[in-house]
Ligand binder design. Structure first.
Ligand code: NAD
Length: 511
């Protein structure tokens, strides 16, 4: 009966009937209520985890704080070597973990495997980085003085992640934090807790083989742990990925105690389709962007801003493409669109369509919930397209579902103003072969987002670049480029190797 190899994956990933939050050795951080994880794929109960109590959390924190004292003294390239081994272990487990992601979260198996590939890629990146945590040297204004800056680890980093990238987001944060010398406490989404346990098991194997102290990698489970992390002065950095609503609360709470945050919040991403666009390329970028992961990516394409001269043609090709979409079990490679995460998300989708209609939206491709054989979980919905105005309240909000809003523009300046005219600022894109439009879009008068692409859709970033966005997306950056600096504290050092003690700015102080 193990048609898609799920049971085999569970066994290989060391999942038990009831799973606990733990440190990577054996300390259990779970004495709370049982959380049940149901698959949106078939509605089946797939496993149980026990939540962490406040006492469990305290134990995790103490274990982490103790481990930091050892871990920070391990040379960074040696920490990189541990991360290299984790990358190898992920390679061995790619099929199993990819399947678990697909089954617990509901994204296609291809995307589940892609997520694990991202984890492998960030491990490779972090290994190289472990020899490149560069500071700068400066010339001192005083004679016989040397001045430089160096980067030290913060300590315990709290990671709170969303359901839609249940493993990759953790790895973006953790692999960088580890080579930087930090230790981590992870609270995964309660909608995908088994993915958290599976990652912990993979790391535990490598840590055990290398005698890494208990507490470098900690997993706590359950929503209540969120606020314990936010308010804990022993956690100098909280990296939060999730909705703008909860991110706002996290941001305020952590700021109140002068902690640092990396905030990766909601997006409202648009593609501008210029009259100079290659429509075949638009088709792939827009359809994958809007329906991939059933519209549950922070970078999903929510809005298409189309030049009036190519509007009808673009709508026509989109309608034809949407008619061919296959919706169904995401573990079956023949399907393009899987389920939403749960019935609450289905309700949000239905409410959004209703609201768009009330605000005057015109349905171009009809939505709806699918029923019958293969759709028993009640989480499968039809991707839909609605024509609307950028200022509709529903279009200003992020709905985490496959709803694409289309709208017309006449000048490129107007299109850029529409693209920027939402509270969020994550990903953006223009399809054009016109060099002037392209450069304007990328200029300081262009897109206001953290990600701006040309002839590529809004979703599917590579790990080499810094990932994140502006405005209500929170301003955080993770993954590539110099995002590592957010996981370390900067220290400026001045050394006097002379025999006098001159003061800066020429100040004299004689006595
Ligand atoms: P969510 O905000 O509902 O939950 C995110 C995490 O916050 C979960 O682990 C949840 O348990 C936790 N949480 C709940 N209450 C908390 C509290 N008081 N304090 C601290 N943590 C708390 O988001 P979701 O539905 O899991 O994910 C979807 C959202 O995440 C979308 O808005 C999406 O755009 C966003 N997202 C953003 C990025 C990005 O990089 N910008 C990436 C992925 C997802």
């Amino acid at each position: 009966n193990d048609l898609y190899g799920i049971q085999e994956a569970f066994q290989k990933l060391g999942l038990q009937e009831i799973n606990n939050g733990t440190s990577t050795g054996c300390v259990s951080f779970s004495n709370g209520a049982i959380i049940e994880s149901y698959s949106p794929v078939d509605g089946q109960l797939i496993g149980k985890v026990r939540a962490s109590t406040a006492e469990d959390y305290q134990k995790a924190m103490e274990t982490a704080a103790e481990a930091f004292k050892t871990w920070r003294m391990v040379p960074a390239p040696k920490r990189g070597e541990i991360v290299r081994q984790i990358g190898d272990e992920l390679r061995k487990n790619k099929q199993y973990l990819g399947k678990l992601v697909s089954y617990e979260m509901g994204k296609s198996l291809q995307e589940g495997l892609g997520e694990v590939q991202e984890m492998i890629d960030i491990c490779d990146f972090a290994v190289g980085l472990s020899r490149q945590l560069y500071g700068l040297t400066m010339h001192s204004e005083r004679p016989e003085h040397r001045m430089y800056e160096q980067w030290h680890p913060y300590g315990v980093v709290g990671i709170i992640s969303a359901f839609n990238f249940p493993v990759a987001v953790w790895s973006w944060n953790t692999m960088l934090a580890w080579v930087c010398g930090d230790v981590c406490i992870w609270k995964p989404s309660s909608k995908t807790p088994l993915c958290g346990v599976a990652c912990q098991n993979i790391v535990a194997k490598v840590f055990k083989e290398n005698n890494i102290p208990e507490g470098v990698c900690n997993l706590v489970i359950g929503n209540a742990c969120g606020d314990l992390i936010n308010t804990d002065p022993r956690i100098p950095l909280v990296s939060f990925t999730g909705s703008t609503r909860i991110g706002r609360h996290v941001s305020k709470t952590v700021a109140e105690r002068f902690g640092n945050t990396i905030l990766e919040l909601g997006g409202n991403n648009a593609i501008i389709v210029s009259e100079h666009a290659d429509i075949n390329m638009v088709l792939v970028g827009a359809v994958f962007g809007a329906v991939g992961t059933a519209g549950q990516r922070c970078t999903s394409t929510r809005r298409l801003i189309i030049h009036e001269s190519v509007y009808d043609k673009t709508i026509d090709v989109l309608q034809k493409a949407y008619a061919q979409l296959k919706i169904g079990n995401p573990l079956d490679a023949a399907n393009h669109v899987g389920p939403l995460i749960d019935k609450g998300a289905v309700q949000d989708y239905l409410n959004a369509i209703e609201k768009a209609k009330q605000e005057g939206g015109k349905v171009i491709v009809e939505g709806g919930v699918l029923e019958g054989s293969g759709y028993e979980s009640g989480c499968y919905v039809k991707p839909c397209i609605i024509e609307g105005k950028n200022e509709f309240q529903i279009i200003q909000d992020e709905t985490f579902a496959p709803i694409l809003y289309v709208m017309k523009y006449s000048t490129i300046e107007e299109a850029i103003a529409m693209q920027n005219g939402v509270p969020q600022g994550l990903s953006s894109s223009i399809f054009t072969t016109n060099m002037r439009e392209m450069e304007l879009f990328l200029s300081q008068a262009g897109s206001d987002c953290g990600i701006a692409n040309v002839n590529i859709g809004t979703s599917g970033a590579e790990i080499g670049g810094a990932f994140g966005g502006e405005k209500e997306t929170g301003g955080g950056r993770e993954s590539g480029s110099d995002a590592w600096k957010a996981y370390m504290r900067r220290q400026t050092n001045t050394i006097n190797y002379g025999t006098a003690l001159p003061l800066a700015q020429g100040i004299t102080f004689d006595f």
